[in-house]
Design a protein around this ligand. Structure first.
Ligand code: NAD
Length: 482
Protein backbone atom coordinates (compact mmCIF):
# COMPACT_ATOMS: atom_id res chain seq x y z
CA UNK A 1 0.00 0.00 0.00
CA UNK A 2 1.49 3.33 -0.97
CA UNK A 3 0.97 6.10 1.53
CA UNK A 4 3.09 8.74 3.17
CA UNK A 5 5.20 7.81 6.15
CA UNK A 6 2.71 8.10 8.97
CA UNK A 7 4.55 6.15 11.60
CA UNK A 8 5.52 9.35 13.41
CA UNK A 9 2.62 10.86 15.34
CA UNK A 10 1.42 14.21 14.03
CA UNK A 11 2.26 16.98 16.49
CA UNK A 12 -0.96 18.20 18.13
CA UNK A 13 -2.10 21.68 17.09
CA UNK A 14 -4.72 23.88 18.71
CA UNK A 15 -7.32 22.39 16.36
CA UNK A 16 -6.45 18.80 17.15
CA UNK A 17 -9.41 17.07 18.81
CA UNK A 18 -8.64 14.68 21.62
CA UNK A 19 -9.99 11.15 21.38
CA UNK A 20 -12.52 11.99 24.08
CA UNK A 21 -13.73 15.03 22.14
CA UNK A 22 -14.14 12.86 19.04
CA UNK A 23 -16.02 10.22 21.01
CA UNK A 24 -18.25 12.86 22.61
CA UNK A 25 -19.32 13.98 19.14
CA UNK A 26 -20.34 10.56 17.91
CA UNK A 27 -21.29 8.34 20.81
CA UNK A 28 -24.77 7.85 22.17
CA UNK A 29 -24.69 6.91 25.88
CA UNK A 30 -27.90 4.91 25.42
CA UNK A 31 -26.57 3.10 22.36
CA UNK A 32 -24.98 -0.30 21.83
CA UNK A 33 -21.57 -0.85 23.47
CA UNK A 34 -18.73 -1.43 21.02
CA UNK A 35 -15.98 -3.69 22.43
CA UNK A 36 -12.21 -3.43 22.05
CA UNK A 37 -11.23 -6.76 20.41
CA UNK A 38 -7.95 -6.85 22.35
CA UNK A 39 -9.46 -6.52 25.81
CA UNK A 40 -13.26 -6.65 25.69
CA UNK A 41 -13.39 -3.15 27.23
CA UNK A 42 -16.09 -0.84 25.90
CA UNK A 43 -14.66 1.71 23.46
CA UNK A 44 -17.89 3.70 23.18
CA UNK A 45 -21.62 3.41 22.53
CA UNK A 46 -23.21 3.73 19.13
CA UNK A 47 -26.78 4.63 18.21
CA UNK A 48 -28.42 1.95 16.08
CA UNK A 49 -29.94 3.48 12.99
CA UNK A 50 -33.46 2.59 11.90
CA UNK A 51 -35.10 2.41 8.50
CA UNK A 52 -36.45 5.92 9.15
CA UNK A 53 -32.94 7.19 9.86
CA UNK A 54 -31.83 5.82 6.49
CA UNK A 55 -34.80 7.41 4.71
CA UNK A 56 -34.12 10.76 6.41
CA UNK A 57 -30.40 10.66 5.59
CA UNK A 58 -31.13 9.83 1.95
CA UNK A 59 -33.72 12.63 1.75
CA UNK A 60 -31.20 15.13 3.14
CA UNK A 61 -28.53 13.93 0.72
CA UNK A 62 -30.99 14.15 -2.18
CA UNK A 63 -31.95 17.71 -1.25
CA UNK A 64 -28.31 18.79 -0.90
CA UNK A 65 -27.09 17.20 -4.15
CA UNK A 66 -28.08 19.77 -6.81
CA UNK A 67 -26.34 22.64 -5.02
CA UNK A 68 -23.24 20.50 -4.39
CA UNK A 69 -23.10 19.49 -8.08
CA UNK A 70 -23.65 23.09 -9.17
CA UNK A 71 -20.52 24.30 -7.36
CA UNK A 72 -17.50 24.84 -9.57
CA UNK A 73 -15.27 21.76 -9.57
CA UNK A 74 -12.46 23.88 -8.12
CA UNK A 75 -14.51 24.42 -4.95
CA UNK A 76 -15.02 20.69 -4.47
CA UNK A 77 -11.28 20.20 -5.00
CA UNK A 78 -10.55 22.84 -2.36
CA UNK A 79 -12.96 21.23 0.09
CA UNK A 80 -11.39 17.79 -0.38
CA UNK A 81 -7.98 19.34 0.32
CA UNK A 82 -9.34 20.97 3.46
CA UNK A 83 -10.92 17.65 4.45
CA UNK A 84 -7.44 16.09 4.16
CA UNK A 85 -6.07 18.88 6.40
CA UNK A 86 -8.78 18.12 8.96
CA UNK A 87 -7.96 14.39 8.91
CA UNK A 88 -4.27 15.18 9.41
CA UNK A 89 -5.05 17.52 12.31
CA UNK A 90 -7.09 14.77 13.99
CA UNK A 91 -4.76 11.95 12.89
CA UNK A 92 -3.46 10.75 16.24
CA UNK A 93 -6.91 10.64 17.86
CA UNK A 94 -8.39 8.91 14.83
CA UNK A 95 -5.57 6.36 14.85
CA UNK A 96 -6.06 5.65 18.54
CA UNK A 97 -9.79 5.15 18.09
CA UNK A 98 -9.19 2.90 15.08
CA UNK A 99 -6.67 0.89 17.04
CA UNK A 100 -9.02 0.43 19.97
CA UNK A 101 -12.10 -0.43 17.94
CA UNK A 102 -10.59 -2.41 15.04
CA UNK A 103 -7.70 -3.87 17.02
CA UNK A 104 -4.91 -3.00 14.60
CA UNK A 105 -1.73 -1.68 16.17
CA UNK A 106 -0.80 1.98 15.94
CA UNK A 107 2.47 1.06 14.26
CA UNK A 108 3.48 -1.01 11.24
CA UNK A 109 1.17 -0.86 8.24
CA UNK A 110 -1.76 -0.36 10.58
CA UNK A 111 -3.73 2.43 12.29
CA UNK A 112 -1.44 5.45 11.75
CA UNK A 113 -0.78 4.17 8.26
CA UNK A 114 -4.53 3.88 7.57
CA UNK A 115 -5.30 7.41 8.75
CA UNK A 116 -2.37 8.74 6.69
CA UNK A 117 -3.76 6.89 3.66
CA UNK A 118 -7.14 8.60 4.18
CA UNK A 119 -5.49 12.01 3.83
CA UNK A 120 -3.37 10.81 0.91
CA UNK A 121 -6.42 9.47 -0.95
CA UNK A 122 -8.39 12.69 -0.37
CA UNK A 123 -5.51 14.71 -1.82
CA UNK A 124 -4.97 12.36 -4.76
CA UNK A 125 -8.69 12.38 -5.57
CA UNK A 126 -8.70 16.17 -5.42
CA UNK A 127 -5.75 16.26 -7.84
CA UNK A 128 -7.22 13.84 -10.41
CA UNK A 129 -8.90 15.34 -13.47
CA UNK A 130 -11.62 13.80 -15.60
CA UNK A 131 -11.84 16.13 -18.58
CA UNK A 132 -14.50 16.15 -21.31
CA UNK A 133 -13.45 13.79 -24.11
CA UNK A 134 -13.98 14.68 -27.76
CA UNK A 135 -14.71 11.29 -29.29
CA UNK A 136 -15.40 12.33 -32.90
CA UNK A 137 -14.57 15.63 -34.51
CA UNK A 138 -14.82 15.68 -38.30
CA UNK A 139 -16.71 17.49 -41.02
CA UNK A 140 -19.95 15.61 -40.26
CA UNK A 141 -19.92 15.15 -36.53
CA UNK A 142 -18.71 16.55 -33.25
CA UNK A 143 -19.35 14.31 -30.26
CA UNK A 144 -18.20 14.82 -26.68
CA UNK A 145 -18.30 12.53 -23.69
CA UNK A 146 -19.10 14.31 -20.42
CA UNK A 147 -19.27 12.80 -16.95
CA UNK A 148 -22.21 13.94 -14.82
CA UNK A 149 -22.90 13.15 -11.16
CA UNK A 150 -24.93 10.01 -10.53
CA UNK A 151 -26.90 11.64 -7.68
CA UNK A 152 -26.96 10.07 -4.21
CA UNK A 153 -24.36 7.40 -3.47
CA UNK A 154 -24.78 4.77 -0.73
CA UNK A 155 -21.38 3.73 0.69
CA UNK A 156 -21.38 0.43 2.60
CA UNK A 157 -18.18 -0.83 4.14
CA UNK A 158 -16.48 -3.65 6.08
CA UNK A 159 -14.61 -3.74 9.39
CA UNK A 160 -11.04 -4.46 8.31
CA UNK A 161 -9.91 -1.07 6.91
CA UNK A 162 -12.98 0.91 7.91
CA UNK A 163 -11.63 4.45 7.58
CA UNK A 164 -9.58 3.95 4.44
CA UNK A 165 -12.32 2.11 2.56
CA UNK A 166 -14.84 4.80 3.54
CA UNK A 167 -12.54 7.42 2.02
CA UNK A 168 -12.11 5.29 -1.11
CA UNK A 169 -15.89 5.40 -1.54
CA UNK A 170 -16.61 8.93 -0.37
CA UNK A 171 -13.79 11.00 -1.92
CA UNK A 172 -14.42 10.25 -5.62
CA UNK A 173 -18.19 10.39 -5.14
CA UNK A 174 -17.98 13.88 -3.63
CA UNK A 175 -15.45 15.05 -6.20
CA UNK A 176 -17.86 14.17 -9.01
CA UNK A 177 -20.74 16.15 -7.46
CA UNK A 178 -22.61 13.35 -5.73
CA UNK A 179 -23.80 13.42 -2.15
CA UNK A 180 -23.16 10.36 0.01
CA UNK A 181 -24.76 8.35 2.81
CA UNK A 182 -22.30 6.04 4.58
CA UNK A 183 -23.28 2.80 6.37
CA UNK A 184 -20.30 1.55 8.39
CA UNK A 185 -19.84 -2.04 9.47
CA UNK A 186 -21.61 -2.84 12.74
CA UNK A 187 -18.20 -3.98 14.06
CA UNK A 188 -16.39 -0.67 13.49
CA UNK A 189 -19.00 2.11 13.48
CA UNK A 190 -17.15 4.52 15.77
CA UNK A 191 -14.08 4.78 13.54
CA UNK A 192 -16.21 5.67 10.54
CA UNK A 193 -18.52 8.04 12.42
CA UNK A 194 -15.46 9.85 13.83
CA UNK A 195 -13.97 10.11 10.36
CA UNK A 196 -17.18 11.47 8.81
CA UNK A 197 -17.51 13.93 11.73
CA UNK A 198 -14.00 15.22 10.95
CA UNK A 199 -14.80 15.50 7.23
CA UNK A 200 -18.02 17.34 8.08
CA UNK A 201 -16.02 20.02 9.87
CA UNK A 202 -15.30 21.36 6.38
CA UNK A 203 -18.02 19.99 4.09
CA UNK A 204 -21.36 21.78 3.57
CA UNK A 205 -24.32 20.38 5.50
CA UNK A 206 -25.88 17.12 4.30
CA UNK A 207 -23.37 16.45 1.55
CA UNK A 208 -22.02 13.56 3.63
CA UNK A 209 -24.29 11.65 6.01
CA UNK A 210 -23.80 8.46 7.99
CA UNK A 211 -26.16 5.95 9.58
CA UNK A 212 -24.79 3.18 11.78
CA UNK A 213 -26.50 -0.16 11.97
CA UNK A 214 -26.49 -3.78 10.92
CA UNK A 215 -27.15 -5.58 7.66
CA UNK A 216 -30.80 -4.53 7.67
CA UNK A 217 -29.79 -0.90 7.69
CA UNK A 218 -27.36 -1.68 4.87
CA UNK A 219 -30.13 -3.41 2.91
CA UNK A 220 -32.44 -0.43 3.40
CA UNK A 221 -29.75 1.88 2.02
CA UNK A 222 -28.69 -0.33 -0.87
CA UNK A 223 -32.28 -0.98 -1.93
CA UNK A 224 -33.44 2.61 -1.47
CA UNK A 225 -35.23 3.99 -4.54
CA UNK A 226 -33.63 7.38 -4.04
CA UNK A 227 -30.07 6.01 -3.95
CA UNK A 228 -28.62 6.04 -7.46
CA UNK A 229 -25.37 4.19 -6.93
CA UNK A 230 -24.02 1.81 -4.29
CA UNK A 231 -20.33 1.52 -3.52
CA UNK A 232 -19.98 -1.71 -1.58
CA UNK A 233 -16.95 -3.38 -0.05
CA UNK A 234 -17.51 -6.58 1.86
CA UNK A 235 -18.25 -10.25 1.39
CA UNK A 236 -19.33 -11.89 -1.85
CA UNK A 237 -22.56 -13.11 -0.22
CA UNK A 238 -23.61 -9.58 0.73
CA UNK A 239 -22.55 -8.32 -2.68
CA UNK A 240 -24.86 -10.88 -4.27
CA UNK A 241 -27.76 -9.65 -2.08
CA UNK A 242 -27.04 -6.09 -3.20
CA UNK A 243 -26.99 -7.12 -6.86
CA UNK A 244 -30.42 -8.70 -6.44
CA UNK A 245 -31.88 -5.65 -4.70
CA UNK A 246 -30.40 -3.29 -7.30
CA UNK A 247 -32.52 -4.80 -10.08
CA UNK A 248 -35.72 -2.92 -9.28
CA UNK A 249 -34.17 0.49 -9.72
CA UNK A 250 -31.36 -0.51 -12.14
CA UNK A 251 -28.97 0.88 -9.58
CA UNK A 252 -25.35 1.31 -10.52
CA UNK A 253 -22.92 -0.71 -8.41
CA UNK A 254 -19.25 -0.91 -7.61
CA UNK A 255 -18.59 -4.17 -5.78
CA UNK A 256 -15.27 -4.91 -4.07
CA UNK A 257 -15.87 -8.37 -2.66
CA UNK A 258 -13.97 -11.19 -1.04
CA UNK A 259 -10.80 -12.70 -2.38
CA UNK A 260 -8.50 -15.65 -1.88
CA UNK A 261 -5.34 -14.35 -3.50
CA UNK A 262 -2.68 -16.74 -4.73
CA UNK A 263 1.03 -15.99 -4.82
CA UNK A 264 3.35 -18.05 -7.02
CA UNK A 265 7.03 -18.26 -6.07
CA UNK A 266 9.28 -19.36 -8.95
CA UNK A 267 12.51 -21.32 -8.39
CA UNK A 268 14.83 -18.40 -9.25
CA UNK A 269 14.03 -16.31 -6.14
CA UNK A 270 16.32 -15.57 -3.21
CA UNK A 271 14.13 -16.78 -0.31
CA UNK A 272 15.80 -14.55 2.28
CA UNK A 273 15.39 -11.48 0.10
CA UNK A 274 11.64 -11.93 -0.45
CA UNK A 275 10.61 -13.24 2.96
CA UNK A 276 9.68 -9.87 4.54
CA UNK A 277 7.57 -8.82 1.56
CA UNK A 278 5.91 -12.23 1.39
CA UNK A 279 5.12 -12.00 5.08
CA UNK A 280 3.51 -8.56 4.89
CA UNK A 281 1.70 -9.52 1.69
CA UNK A 282 -0.07 -12.18 3.74
CA UNK A 283 -0.18 -10.73 7.24
CA UNK A 284 -0.92 -7.03 6.70
CA UNK A 285 -3.62 -6.06 9.18
CA UNK A 286 -3.10 -9.49 10.76
CA UNK A 287 -4.36 -11.10 7.56
CA UNK A 288 -7.67 -9.23 7.61
CA UNK A 289 -7.20 -7.67 4.22
CA UNK A 290 -9.22 -8.29 1.09
CA UNK A 291 -6.25 -8.42 -1.25
CA UNK A 292 -3.83 -10.19 1.08
CA UNK A 293 -1.85 -13.22 0.01
CA UNK A 294 -4.01 -16.11 1.21
CA UNK A 295 -2.52 -19.12 -0.63
CA UNK A 296 1.21 -19.34 -1.30
CA UNK A 297 2.39 -21.70 -4.07
CA UNK A 298 6.14 -22.31 -3.88
CA UNK A 299 8.29 -24.23 -6.34
CA UNK A 300 9.73 -27.39 -4.83
CA UNK A 301 13.33 -26.27 -5.50
CA UNK A 302 13.02 -23.39 -3.01
CA UNK A 303 10.13 -24.68 -0.89
CA UNK A 304 12.04 -25.53 2.27
CA UNK A 305 14.11 -22.33 2.18
CA UNK A 306 11.04 -20.12 1.66
CA UNK A 307 9.23 -21.84 4.53
CA UNK A 308 12.23 -21.43 6.83
CA UNK A 309 12.69 -17.76 5.93
CA UNK A 310 9.00 -17.04 6.53
CA UNK A 311 9.09 -18.73 9.94
CA UNK A 312 12.06 -16.56 10.88
CA UNK A 313 10.21 -13.35 9.91
CA UNK A 314 6.98 -14.49 11.61
CA UNK A 315 8.83 -15.19 14.86
CA UNK A 316 10.16 -11.64 14.95
CA UNK A 317 6.79 -9.86 14.57
CA UNK A 318 5.22 -8.91 17.91
CA UNK A 319 1.48 -9.41 18.27
CA UNK A 320 -0.50 -7.75 21.04
CA UNK A 321 -2.66 -4.84 22.07
CA UNK A 322 -2.63 -2.17 19.38
CA UNK A 323 -1.96 0.74 21.71
CA UNK A 324 1.34 -0.78 22.82
CA UNK A 325 3.81 0.82 20.45
CA UNK A 326 6.00 -2.25 19.86
CA UNK A 327 3.24 -4.38 18.33
CA UNK A 328 2.73 -4.75 14.58
CA UNK A 329 0.12 -7.54 14.64
CA UNK A 330 -3.15 -7.42 16.57
CA UNK A 331 -6.23 -9.46 17.42
CA UNK A 332 -8.91 -10.63 15.02
CA UNK A 333 -11.50 -7.90 14.98
CA UNK A 334 -14.36 -10.13 16.12
CA UNK A 335 -14.95 -13.56 17.59
CA UNK A 336 -16.79 -14.84 14.51
CA UNK A 337 -13.66 -14.21 12.44
CA UNK A 338 -11.47 -15.81 15.11
CA UNK A 339 -13.68 -18.91 14.93
CA UNK A 340 -13.29 -19.08 11.13
CA UNK A 341 -9.50 -18.92 11.39
CA UNK A 342 -9.43 -21.52 14.17
CA UNK A 343 -11.69 -23.88 12.20
CA UNK A 344 -9.60 -23.58 9.05
CA UNK A 345 -6.27 -24.15 10.82
CA UNK A 346 -7.80 -27.19 12.55
CA UNK A 347 -8.91 -28.46 9.12
CA UNK A 348 -5.37 -27.99 7.84
CA UNK A 349 -3.92 -29.95 10.77
CA UNK A 350 -6.54 -32.69 10.41
CA UNK A 351 -5.76 -32.88 6.70
CA UNK A 352 -2.10 -33.65 7.38
CA UNK A 353 -0.65 -30.14 7.08
CA UNK A 354 2.52 -29.37 9.04
CA UNK A 355 2.12 -26.40 11.38
CA UNK A 356 5.46 -24.59 11.09
CA UNK A 357 4.56 -21.91 13.64
CA UNK A 358 1.40 -20.92 15.54
CA UNK A 359 -1.83 -22.88 15.39
CA UNK A 360 -1.98 -23.03 19.18
CA UNK A 361 -4.27 -20.26 20.44
CA UNK A 362 -5.20 -19.98 24.08
CA UNK A 363 -9.02 -19.91 23.96
CA UNK A 364 -9.21 -18.61 27.54
CA UNK A 365 -6.88 -15.64 27.04
CA UNK A 366 -8.55 -12.24 26.82
CA UNK A 367 -9.04 -10.78 23.37
CA UNK A 368 -9.39 -12.36 19.94
CA UNK A 369 -5.70 -13.14 19.49
CA UNK A 370 -4.87 -15.96 17.11
CA UNK A 371 -1.11 -16.56 16.76
CA UNK A 372 0.67 -16.04 13.46
CA UNK A 373 0.36 -19.42 11.74
CA UNK A 374 2.20 -20.96 8.79
CA UNK A 375 1.11 -24.34 7.43
CA UNK A 376 3.29 -26.39 5.07
CA UNK A 377 2.77 -29.69 3.19
CA UNK A 378 -0.89 -28.89 2.69
CA UNK A 379 -3.18 -30.16 -0.06
CA UNK A 380 -4.60 -27.65 -2.47
CA UNK A 381 -8.08 -29.05 -1.72
CA UNK A 382 -7.81 -28.35 2.01
CA UNK A 383 -10.35 -25.88 3.43
CA UNK A 384 -7.57 -23.52 4.59
CA UNK A 385 -6.62 -23.14 0.93
CA UNK A 386 -10.05 -23.21 -0.67
CA UNK A 387 -11.83 -20.83 1.75
CA UNK A 388 -10.94 -17.24 2.59
CA UNK A 389 -9.34 -17.34 6.06
CA UNK A 390 -9.17 -13.52 6.49
CA UNK A 391 -6.78 -13.84 9.38
CA UNK A 392 -3.20 -14.68 10.41
CA UNK A 393 -2.84 -18.16 8.87
CA UNK A 394 -1.08 -18.86 5.59
CA UNK A 395 -1.08 -22.22 3.75
CA UNK A 396 2.09 -22.92 1.72
CA UNK A 397 1.55 -25.36 -1.14
CA UNK A 398 4.38 -27.08 -3.02
CA UNK A 399 4.36 -27.20 -6.83
CA UNK A 400 6.63 -28.82 -9.42
CA UNK A 401 5.66 -27.18 -12.67
CA UNK A 402 4.36 -23.75 -13.47
CA UNK A 403 1.29 -24.93 -15.38
CA UNK A 404 0.20 -26.82 -12.28
CA UNK A 405 0.66 -23.65 -10.17
CA UNK A 406 -1.37 -21.57 -12.62
CA UNK A 407 -4.17 -24.14 -12.62
CA UNK A 408 -4.28 -24.17 -8.81
CA UNK A 409 -4.17 -20.36 -8.60
CA UNK A 410 -7.06 -20.04 -11.09
CA UNK A 411 -9.26 -22.83 -9.84
CA UNK A 412 -11.32 -20.78 -7.36
CA UNK A 413 -14.32 -18.62 -8.23
CA UNK A 414 -12.76 -15.43 -6.82
CA UNK A 415 -9.99 -13.33 -8.34
CA UNK A 416 -9.16 -10.10 -6.52
CA UNK A 417 -5.36 -10.09 -6.53
CA UNK A 418 -2.46 -12.44 -7.22
CA UNK A 419 1.32 -12.21 -7.27
CA UNK A 420 4.33 -13.71 -8.99
CA UNK A 421 7.74 -13.80 -7.32
CA UNK A 422 10.79 -14.17 -9.54
CA UNK A 423 14.13 -12.55 -10.31
CA UNK A 424 13.17 -12.60 -14.01
CA UNK A 425 10.71 -9.73 -14.48
CA UNK A 426 9.75 -10.69 -18.05
CA UNK A 427 9.02 -14.28 -17.07
CA UNK A 428 6.97 -12.99 -14.12
CA UNK A 429 4.97 -10.65 -16.38
CA UNK A 430 4.23 -13.50 -18.82
CA UNK A 431 2.99 -15.61 -15.95
CA UNK A 432 0.96 -12.70 -14.56
CA UNK A 433 -1.00 -12.51 -17.81
CA UNK A 434 -2.22 -16.08 -17.23
CA UNK A 435 -3.68 -15.38 -13.78
CA UNK A 436 -7.38 -14.61 -13.35
CA UNK A 437 -7.19 -11.67 -10.96
CA UNK A 438 -7.99 -7.95 -11.07
CA UNK A 439 -4.41 -7.07 -10.09
CA UNK A 440 -1.26 -9.18 -10.39
CA UNK A 441 1.71 -7.83 -8.45
CA UNK A 442 5.30 -8.82 -9.16
CA UNK A 443 7.61 -9.35 -6.19
CA UNK A 444 5.08 -7.74 -3.84
CA UNK A 445 1.47 -8.37 -2.89
CA UNK A 446 -1.44 -6.10 -1.99
CA UNK A 447 0.03 -2.66 -2.63
CA UNK A 448 -2.62 -0.17 -3.68
CA UNK A 449 -2.00 3.31 -5.05
CA UNK A 450 -4.48 6.16 -5.42
CA UNK A 451 -3.77 6.50 -9.16
CA UNK A 452 -3.77 2.78 -10.07
CA UNK A 453 -7.21 1.24 -10.73
CA UNK A 454 -8.22 -1.53 -8.35
CA UNK A 455 -11.03 -4.04 -8.81
CA UNK A 456 -11.88 -7.71 -8.90
CA UNK A 457 -12.33 -10.54 -11.37
CA UNK A 458 -14.92 -13.36 -11.10
CA UNK A 459 -16.84 -13.29 -7.79
CA UNK A 460 -14.46 -10.72 -6.31
CA UNK A 461 -16.73 -8.09 -7.81
CA UNK A 462 -16.90 -5.56 -10.59
CA UNK A 463 -16.19 -1.89 -11.14
CA UNK A 464 -12.94 -0.05 -10.53
CA UNK A 465 -11.83 2.29 -7.77
CA UNK A 466 -9.01 4.89 -7.74
CA UNK A 467 -7.62 7.29 -10.28
CA UNK A 468 -9.51 8.41 -13.37
CA UNK A 469 -11.35 5.08 -13.58
CA UNK A 470 -12.54 5.59 -10.02
CA UNK A 471 -14.00 8.98 -10.89
CA UNK A 472 -15.79 7.50 -13.92
CA UNK A 473 -17.31 4.86 -11.64
CA UNK A 474 -19.23 7.50 -9.67
CA UNK A 475 -20.39 9.41 -12.73
CA UNK A 476 -22.90 8.95 -15.51
CA UNK A 477 -21.46 9.30 -19.00
CA UNK A 478 -23.40 11.69 -21.21
CA UNK A 479 -22.76 12.14 -24.92
CA UNK A 480 -23.41 15.51 -26.48
CA UNK A 481 -23.46 15.11 -30.21
CA UNK A 482 -23.96 17.69 -32.91
P1 NAD B 1 -19.99 -8.23 5.12
O1 NAD B 1 -20.45 -8.46 3.73
O2 NAD B 1 -20.46 -9.15 6.17
O3 NAD B 1 -20.40 -6.78 5.61
C1 NAD B 1 -20.05 -5.63 4.87
C2 NAD B 1 -21.10 -4.55 5.08
O4 NAD B 1 -22.32 -4.94 4.47
C3 NAD B 1 -21.41 -4.26 6.54
O5 NAD B 1 -21.52 -2.86 6.69
C4 NAD B 1 -22.76 -4.94 6.73
O6 NAD B 1 -23.54 -4.37 7.74
C5 NAD B 1 -23.39 -4.71 5.38
N1 NAD B 1 -24.49 -5.62 5.04
C6 NAD B 1 -24.75 -6.87 5.53
N2 NAD B 1 -25.84 -7.39 4.91
C7 NAD B 1 -26.26 -6.46 4.00
C8 NAD B 1 -27.31 -6.43 3.04
N3 NAD B 1 -28.14 -7.45 2.88
N4 NAD B 1 -27.41 -5.35 2.25
C9 NAD B 1 -26.56 -4.32 2.37
N5 NAD B 1 -25.55 -4.28 3.27
C10 NAD B 1 -25.40 -5.35 4.08
O7 NAD B 1 -18.39 -8.20 5.03
P2 NAD B 1 -17.34 -8.04 6.25
O8 NAD B 1 -17.36 -9.31 7.02
O9 NAD B 1 -17.57 -6.76 6.94
O10 NAD B 1 -15.97 -7.90 5.46
C11 NAD B 1 -15.15 -8.99 5.16
C12 NAD B 1 -15.24 -9.32 3.70
O11 NAD B 1 -15.03 -8.16 2.91
C13 NAD B 1 -14.16 -10.28 3.25
O12 NAD B 1 -14.72 -11.26 2.39
C14 NAD B 1 -13.19 -9.43 2.48
O13 NAD B 1 -12.45 -10.13 1.51
C15 NAD B 1 -14.09 -8.42 1.88
N6 NAD B 1 -13.38 -7.19 1.58
C16 NAD B 1 -13.17 -6.85 0.28
C17 NAD B 1 -12.46 -5.72 -0.04
C18 NAD B 1 -12.20 -5.34 -1.46
O14 NAD B 1 -11.72 -4.24 -1.72
N7 NAD B 1 -12.50 -6.19 -2.41
C19 NAD B 1 -11.97 -4.90 0.99
C20 NAD B 1 -12.20 -5.26 2.31
C21 NAD B 1 -12.92 -6.40 2.59
Amino acid sequence: MTAPDVSTPVQPTQDTPTLQQLLDRITDPGGRPVPDPATGEVVGHVAQGSATDVDDAVARARAAQPAWAARPDAERVELLQRAADAVEAAAESLAELLSREQGKPLNGPNARFEVGACAAWLRATAATELPVETVVDDADEHAELHYRPVGVVGAIGPWNWPMMITIWQVAPALRMGNTVVVKPSEYTPLSVLALTAVLNEVLPANVLGAVAGDGEVGARLSGHPDVDKVMFTGSTATGQAIIRSSADTVKRLTLELGGNDAGIVLPDVDPQAIAQDLFWGAFINTGQTCAALKRLYVHTDVYDEVCAALVEVARAMPMGRGLEEQNVLGPLQNRAQYDIVARLVDAARDGGGTILIGGDPDPDAPGNFYPTTLVADIDDENALVAEEQFGPALPIIRFRDVDQAVAMANRLDVGLGASVWSSDRDAARDLAARLEAGTVWINKHGGVHPMIPFGGHKRSGYGLEFGVEGLKAVAVPQVISG
